[in-house]
Design a protein around this ligand. Structure first.
Ligand SMILES: Nc1ncnc2c1ncn2[C@@H]1O[C@H](COP(=O)(O)OP(=O)(O)O)[C@@H](O)[C@H]1O
Ligand SMILES: [Mg+2]
Length: 266
């Protein structure tokens, strides 16, 4: 039997470019298997870009990127195979409006497996149960609250039992109560299933309590990597500004300058 990888992710000297611009550079990061990592940072700093690299959608311009001790493949067939092991919860939920909740969750199972119908239904039921929505199987997306829709999307992301889950801004558009439900679900699922979870967010205070490791992205790179406690205790002005939500400081200055440079170039 293969030995389980110690690290879910290992990045070395990774550079990510988009539209001819370098978005992130010199990324060095390891994420232990089974841990919850929060990737925090202001909007537009490259958090979603980092996730795109992890799924193989964006090929690094430099450096090496390994997922469970294997380089992210380039070939489309190998890439599809790897992606079965990565559950992604995207910002917009991405539910299909003309399919019921149960059929939305069944979609990855229908696409990637040939399970007999009764077993497939049973799996869908279990996934919906895991996110507290057993009774919602026959509802349609338009009948769901924002929090319920997010949980359906979560159940669908979990459908193939991926060992790695990526969450892109899982709290966007949710009220504080629904946000609390989602965060505790992410924590509970990660722990009970032994998943590695990467949570990308600009919601610092909701995300930190469930994280083992925190990565802060700003100014085109990783400006902090450590435990939530170390982050909270940081005296770095850049980190303080981000944590305390101060309107002025090193972060807006940098993005304002970027914006001005782009406007000039346009
Ligand atoms: N497909 C793309 N083509 C060109 N530039 C992009 C693309 N996607 C994102 N960007 C740029 O990359 C930067 C980081 O974006 P993103 O990763 O979405 O940030 P975040 O998720 O942290 O808000 C932004 O300046 C954005 O305009
Ligand atoms: Mg984003």
């Amino acid at each position: 039997m293969p030995v389980p990888a110690a690290n879910a992710l290992a990045l070395q000297g990774v550079r990510l470019d988009r539209g001819g611009r370098t978005i992130l550079r010199d990324l060095d990061l390891t994420v232990p298997a089974g841990s919850i990592t929060a990737v925090l940072g202001p909007s537009g700093t490259g958090k979603s870009t980092l996730l795109a690299a992890l799924t193989g959608e964006l090929v690094p311009a430099a450096g090496t990127l390994r997922v469970f001790d294997r380089p992210v493949p380039r070939g489309s067939r190998e890439l599809l195979e790897m992606r079965k092991g990565i559950g992604v919860l995207l910002q917009g939920n991405g539910l299909l409006t003309d399919l019921s909740v149960a059929e939305n969750v069944a979609l990855p199972l229908r696409t990637h497996t040939r399970l007999p119908e009764p077993l497939l239904r049973r799996l869908v039921e279990m996934k919906l149960n895991a996110v507290g929505l057993r009774g919602a199987a026959d509802l349609y997306p338009r009948e769901l609250s924002g929090g319920m829709a997010r949980r359906v999307a979560l159940a669908r992301a979990l459908a193939l039992d991926p060992p790695l889950m990526l969450y892109d801004e899982p709290l966007t558009g949710l009220d504080p109560i629904a946000s609390g439900v989602i965060m505790s679900l992410i924590q509970r699922l990660s722990r009970s299933l032994g998943l590695t979870s990467i949570i990308v967010s600009h919601h610092v205070h909701e995300t930190l309590p469930i994280a083992d490791q925190v990565v802060v992205i700003a100014n085109h790179g990783i400006v902090f990597d450590g435990t939530p406690a170390r982050l909270q205790a940081s005296t770095d002005p850049l980190i303080r500004q981000f944590l305390d939500g101060q309107p002025d400081g090193p972060i807006p200055f940098e993005s304002a300058r970027d914006g001005a440079a782009r406007a000039e170039a346009a």
